[in-house]
Design a binder for this molecule. Structure first.
Ligand code: SF4
Length: 326
């Protein structure tokens, strides 16, 4: 799918900053001036190492955190500041989240029927018990589980099945956007593919948009229409998935792509794997200028002083790097 940027965005994030004060002296600059949009029916991938701020962005959007600065607009509602009751209600149904660890995010004392039905109960989304049961049965079928699974507890499922329950719980609210935060990272590789395919099928059927957050580019690129690459709280590149794979422009994206396994051993042998030195710096004391300069093989003097502007160098392909400035 090519994203139709002429259609109205479902989600607009503009200049988002998310800081956390950890003591009188220290503040974690988890997200710094990040902007992007997600269109209806799109899968937008956010990729980066642990500590890059990608999960914080997801949590700020769904308002688990109050943004320090910036604007978040979802489906025509300004949800960045104080949210009124009507918008809060709409937000809780139209935006859902799937978490990394289904065992930790599903109440072990509740049967799947009540885990999935909880949102329906809170928002009074059925008239009779029979209607509630019917909705639960239908959603279980949609995620490939049987009606009898409704009467079981989370510990009676495999990891992949538990994540299907997590997806069903999100899906039953008929959301316009699902934020999937590392939702397949804890699963075996073969199960990851099943869950990704299930999410794609659901999107075809329902038109739900996804914000798909993961550290592994090899996974993100198979599901995403566009991908934003994060490094230490900043977005360094944004492009359509195909374009990013074919022609990454930012040195950090090139590093991530060079680490993606390729099935052909000959191609793999000839490929130039770029290995970054050192660890990602602390977001409590991020480097000046370009935050990547302490690890970038092409860093110049200018990179230590000036923050590179996030600019569109080719249509739909945005990058923040001094190397590209003429
Ligand atoms: Fe590397 Fe400089 Fe580009 Fe940053 S701005 S990615 S340090 S070349």
């Amino acid at each position: 799918m090519t994203v139709n940027e002429n259609s109205k965005p479902l989600l607009t994030v503009k200049g988002l900053k998310q800081y956390f004060k950890v003591s009188n002296t220290y503040t974690v600059h988890a997200v710094e001036n990040v902007s992007f949009q997600i269109y209806p029916g799109e899968t937008y991938g956010l990729v980066g190492e642990s500590g890059s701020g990608k999960s914080t962005i997801g949590r700020s959007i769904i308002r688990l955190y109050d943004p320090t600065a910036g604007e978040i607009n979802f489906n025509g509602m300004d949800i960045s500041g104080k949210i009124n009751k009507a918008n809060s209600q709409a937000l809780r149904t139209q935006m859902q989240m799937i978490f990394q660890d289904p065992m930790a995010s599903l109440n072990p004392r509740k049967k799947v029927r009540d885990i999935i039905g909880e949102g329906l109960d809170i928002h009074h989304m059925y008239k009779t018990r029979a209607e509630r049961e019917e909705k639960i049965k239908n959603i279980l079928a949609k995620v490939g589980l049987a009606p009898e699974h409704a009467g079981r507890y989370p510990h009676q499922f495999s990891g992949g099945q538990r994540q299907r329950v997590g997806i069903a719980r999100a899906l039953i609210m008929n959301p316009k956007l699902i934020i999937a935060d590392e939702c397949i990272s804890a699963l075996d590789v073969s199960i990851q593919a099943q869950v990704v395919n299930l999410m794609k099928d659901i999107q075809q059927e329902t038109g739900t948009a996804y914000l798909f957050i993961a550290h592994d580019l090899s996974v993100v690129r198979h599901i995403s229409h566009r991908i934003g690459v994060m490094y230490l709280g900043t977005m360094v590149e944004l492009a359509e998935s195909f374009e990013l794979n074919r022609h990454p422009l930012h040195p950090y994206s090139q590093t991530l792509l060079s680490a993606v396994p390729v099935p052909d051993p000959e191609v793999s042998r000839r490929r130039n794997r770029i290995v970054l030195e050192g660890d990602i710096p602390s977001p409590m004391n991020p480097p000046s200028g370009c935050r990547f300069h302490t690890r970038c093989p092409y860093a110049m003097d200018k990179c230590k002083e000036c923050v590179p502007e996030f600019k569109e160098y080719e249509k739909g392909h945005w990058v923040a790097c001094h190397l590209l400035e003429k």
